[in-house]
Write a protein that binds this ligand. Structure first.
Ligand SMILES: Nc1ncnc2c1ncn2[C@@H]1O[C@H](COP(=O)(O)OP(=O)(O)OP(=O)(O)O)[C@@H](O)[C@H]1O
Ligand SMILES: [Mg+2]
Length: 250
């Protein structure tokens, strides 16, 4: 893996309906360095992930996947690069009309490169990795919230990505569910996957990441390690870690 193995944003600006969501935002996710983006609800965390995937076009600035500048390119010309990234969407976004197995194998099936038995093998392996192989023939409606998240992770793993984005993977889960997700992320990291999570769940962030980016009012207010963040004298960072009655975030 060369120094170019990264996903980057350079001086990126993005607004929605005249409101600035990101302003001159510089960001790097290096291969092998697991990162969490923190920020209050509505700060723009999900938007960052969509921009990094090329699902949204910035107003100015650019996104690079490795050394390829994907901004302004037609989707077809960066598909090869994009395939190295998978995302586990906030809420899972499973297809309700498909079984768990069909959900997990969907992308491989669409690509049409593998035979059905080959796809089934991969689907079983990924479901077994996340511990829900028994759900193969169930429909999403028959699963608990924690199982849905795990199936969504299995689906993200099906195409064997290098980078996995997790959008609020622990929101709404009980402590055991949260533990399971942390454990899964750590196992993926041990296998060489690079994770990027966006969340406001600090415990999960600190359990799974080495570097932290704090997004506040369209800017990167902080970037650093857990120790640096906890020692930060930036009022908003301090307040985010230890909220008080006189919140800075209103
Ligand atoms: N399609 C859209 N149309 C209008 N406003 C939008 C749209 N998508 C996002 N927004 C607004 O942009 C801002 C950033 O949204 P985003 O979903 O990125 O926030 P977030 O940090 O992921 O929030 P949460 O923690 O609640 O998931 C929010 O204020 C949201 O209301
Ligand atoms: Mg979000």
């Amino acid at each position: 893996m060369g120094s170019s193995d990264s996903i980057r944003m350079e001086k990126l600006c993005y607004s929605i309906g005249g409101r600035k969501i990101l302003e001159d935002f510089d960001f790097v996710l290096e291969r092998g360095v697991n990162r969490t983006i923190l920020g209050v609800s509505g700060a723009g965390k999900t938007t960052i992930l969509k921009l990094l995937l090329g699902l949204l076009e910035p107003d100015s600035g650019a996104v690079y996947i490795n050394d390829l500048r994907i901004t302004g390119l037609p989707e077809a010309s960066f598909m090869q690069q994009r395939k190295r990234i998978a995302i586990v969407f906030q809420g899972g976004a499973l297809f309700d009309s498909m079984t768990v197995g069909e959900n997990v194998g969907y992308r491989l099936f669409e690509e049409g490169r593998l035979s059905q038995p080959e796809i089934t093998d991969i689907v079983r392996e990924k479901l077994s990795f996340v511990g829900v192989e028994a759900a193969l023939n169930l429909y999403p409606a028959e699963l608990s919230g924690g199982m849905k998240k795990r199936v969504a992770i299995a689906r993200a793993l099906a195409a064997d990505p290098d980078y996995i984005f997790f959008d609020e993977p622990t929101t709404g889960l009980d402590p055991i569910g949260v533990y399971n997700i942390c454990n899964l992320m750590q196992r993926l990291q041990a296998e060489g996957k690079t994770t990027l999570m966006v969340t406001h769940d600090l415990a999960t962030a600190f359990a799974t990441s080495q570097r932290f980016t704090f997004l506040h009012k369209a800017r990167m207010l902080f970037e650093g390690s857990e120790e640096e963040m906890k020692a930060s004298s930036i009022p908003e960072v301090h307040e985010f870690l230890q909220p008080t009655d006189d919140s800075l975030f209103v």
